[in-house]
Design a protein around this ligand. Structure first.
Ligand SMILES: C[S@@+](CC[C@H](N)C(=O)[O-])C[C@H]1O[C@@H](n2cnc3c(N)ncnc32)[C@H](O)[C@@H]1O
Length: 281
């Protein structure tokens, strides 16, 4: 990836569509339609289904809403337990930092430099104020040291931090993913943790899901951000325990549908590729 992440914009547009299309919302984000800019927001309001091309789109939108919900619900519990530092890894156009309801929580947004610069222009264009408690950290996960960058940005090593890492592991080599998780664990120790999503290997999917996955994989590859990282749930949970996380949980698609989407009448469901992991330290 050389310029700003195109997938970051695509997922932000689907989050904006979620605000308009799905009732009740799984994830309420009053800034989702603001950060995409006036033109995209107007186009979405005029035609909320503009990104829909069948059930695969709907399932992707559901997964994006659910993963933000899991991250922010888990963060809420960490804050209630005393965590005061939140690190959003691969932030893209995530808006939490600009609607942070916790007065004592500092937020660090980490992203590759081009995407972060583009986001900052987006925030300015949309007249979304950047609160004083937000710090931007420009970094490439594949080649730079996360702990060093976070320390330099002011993340305290003597207080637990909570991390989210949404929509990023699929684009990294598995070794980079595990190295980043190992770097996060000591910073999360003492009440923090991480929420991230990941893809299971396509070969383990049923044929219909495999076809849907192949379509998505082709689209992100065409955007210059091919999928690289896949994990088997049991092996990943074991790796997280080995790294030092004390409480790990894998939320499978069935679990996510049961927890967040079961009482709906609109049929909104997540598909079968993406899992969400929570790991507390
Ligand atoms: C699909 S977007 C998700 C963005 C955001 N977390 C969200 O859910 O809207 C992927 C994000 O990962 C970031 N990313 C991908 N590879 C990266 C790398 N090697 N170093 C830093 N950031 C990376 C991209 O810049 C982008 O912001």
């Amino acid at each position: 990836m050389i310029g700003p992440s195109r997938t970051a914009e695509r997922v932000a547009l689907r989050r904006a569509a979620h605000q308009l299309l799905d009732h009740p919302r799984v994830h309420d984000d009053p800034l989702a339609l603001v950060i995409v800019g006036d033109a995209q927001a107007a186009a979405l309001r005029a035609e909320p289904h503009r990104f829909e091309d069948g059930p695969v789109s709907q399932r992707l939108r559901a997964f994006l809403a659910v993963r933000s919900r899991v991250a922010e619900d888990t963060l809420a519990r960490a804050v209630a337990a005393g965590v005061r530092q939140y690190v959003v890894l691969g932030a893209g156009l995530d808006t939490f930092a600009y609607r942070n309801p916790y007065p004592a929580l500092r937020v660090f947004e980490v992203d590759n430099p081009a995407t972060q610069a583009w986001k900052r222009r987006r925030l300015a264009d949309a007249q979304i104020a950047v609160p004083d408690d937000v710090t931007f950290v420009a970094l490439d996960f594949a080649s730079e040291s996360l702990p060093a960058a976070l320390r330099a940005a002011g993340v305290r090593g003597d207080a637990a931090a909570f991390f989210s890492w949404l929509g990023v592991t699929p684009y990294l080599e598995p070794a980079n993913v595990l190295a980043t998780l190992a770097a996060v664990a000591p910073l999360a120790a003492g009440g923090g943790g991480i929420v991230f999503d990941y893809n299971v290997p396509p070969a383990s999917l049923p044929p219909a899901s495999r076809a849907a996955f192949d379509g998505l994989a082709a689209r992100v590859a065409a955007a210059g951000e091919p999928f690289r990282g896949f994990f088997e749930p049991d092996a990943l949970m074991a790796a997280l325990r080995d790294i030092g996380f004390r409480d790990v949980l894998d939320l499978s698609p069935d679990e996510l549908n049961a927890r967040f989407l079961s009482a709906r009448t609109d049929g909104l469901r997540v598909g079968s590729v993406g899992h969400i992991a929570t790991a507390l330290a």
